[in-house]
Design a protein around this ligand. Structure first.
Ligand code: FES
Length: 342
């Protein structure tokens, strides 16, 4: 089972080759201009970004996200919703979270067309398996964003898909017009569930139980939806079940350990209750980061020696077992020492 967590309101491996960082030591951001901001639903805005000189942007695949650097040293990850063949623009959608920690409030209320935003190039921690016989998507609220890009991709290459899209009410449902257009091409593929109309939340367990055994299942939505989906899909092969959450882990490393930065030959002690990232940032070592909750994959770092104690929700079971990668914002060590590719 692939589990990826990202806080996409305010604030996605699987076995497939995807755009992942080689290390938390990352290249600098792109500087992109806000070309358009559109109303998508009551609390949702989409933001289109282009290079000021109109040049081609780094490529991406369906399910990818970008990190936006915002005022106040905030960094937030958002899924790309446009088609991956768009070479010169990135489009994300942001839900104005009532409990915003600053990111979604800024993007929905303060950001203006024409502003320049630092943007980290796309990476994909929630990849689409394009060869599946059928792909079935479960989206909750703003969780529709990576799934919209995946549906667009499957539509472009003529692959079968179905969508179960749960929203509180239609006023808060984004992209209904685009989904309705897809329904006119081939009816019966989009199943919208509005809680206020149905009088209850979508019965994810019942929906999953009806699906063919060889289908690839994807889910992105709030925690209760993910929990129901996980339970319902528990008997299916891990590599056919793909999950992306909204929120991260609160877990922190529990014991003291040492880290050695291979490239700089620096050594640090990480005390209990602190993360590797805490220690490095306090020491003035610059490392790429975004969510700091084990959600986005930005801080992924190669482990040269030692055994990580994984606390993230990004790495697949196979990646965890390899002991070759670690999310330094949350994970600790089972060995006394980790040597990192930093
Ligand atoms: S997983 Fe997001 S910063 Fe570490």
């Amino acid at each position: 089972m692939t589990t990826v967590l990202r806080d996409r309101s305010d604030a996605g491996l699987a076995s497939d080759p995807v755009q992942r960082p080689s290390s938390a030591a990352e290249p600098g951001p792109l500087r992109l201009r806000v070309e358009a901001i559109r109303f998508e639903a009551e609390t949702i805005r989409s933001i289109e970004l282009r290079a000021p000189d109109g040049s081609t942007l780094p490529p991406f695949s369906a399910g990818a996200h970008i990190d936006l650097a915002l005022p106040g040293e905030l960094s937030r990850s958002y899924s790309l919703i446009n088609a991956d063949e768009d070479g010169d623009r990135y489009v994300v959608a942001v839900n104005r979270d009532a409990a915003s920690r600053g990111g979604s409030a800024y993007l929905c209320e303060t950001l203006r067309v024409g502003e320049i935003l630092p943007v980290m190039p796309p990476r994909n921690s929630f990849p689409l398996v394009e060869t599946a016989q059928e792909s079935v998507f479960f989206a909750g609220g703003i969780g529709i964003t990576p799934i919209l890009a995946m549906i667009r991709r499957l539509e472009a290459i003529g692959r079968r898909w179905r969508l179960f899209y749960a929203v509180r009410d239609r006023a808060n449902a984004a992209f209904l017009a685009q989904l309705a257009a897809l329904e006119t091409i081939e009816p019966g593929r989009v199943h919208l569930h509005a809680d206020t109309e149905a009088g209850s939340v979508m019965d994810v367990v019942a929906r999953v139980a009806e699906l063919p055994a060889d289908a690839h299942l994807y889910c992105c939505g709030p925690t209760p939806m993910i929990a129901a989906f996980k339970a319902a899909a528990a008997g299916r092969p891990d590599d056919q079940v793909h999950i992306e959450h909204f929120v991260g882990t609160a877990a922190k490393p529990t014991g003291e350990f040492k880290i050695v930065l291979k490239r700089s030959q620096k050594e640090f002690t990480v005390p209990a209750g602190k993360t590797i990232m805490d220690v490095l940032m306090e020491a003035g070592v610059r490392v790429a980061h975004s969510c700091r909750e084990g959600v986005c994959g930005t801080c992924e770092t190669r482990v040269i020696e030692g055994v990580p104690d994984h606390k993230d929700n990004v790495l697949s079971a196979r990646e965890r077992a390899s002991n070759k990668l670690i999310m330094i914002c949350c994970s600790g060590a089972k060995s006394d020492r980790l040597i990192l590719d930093l």
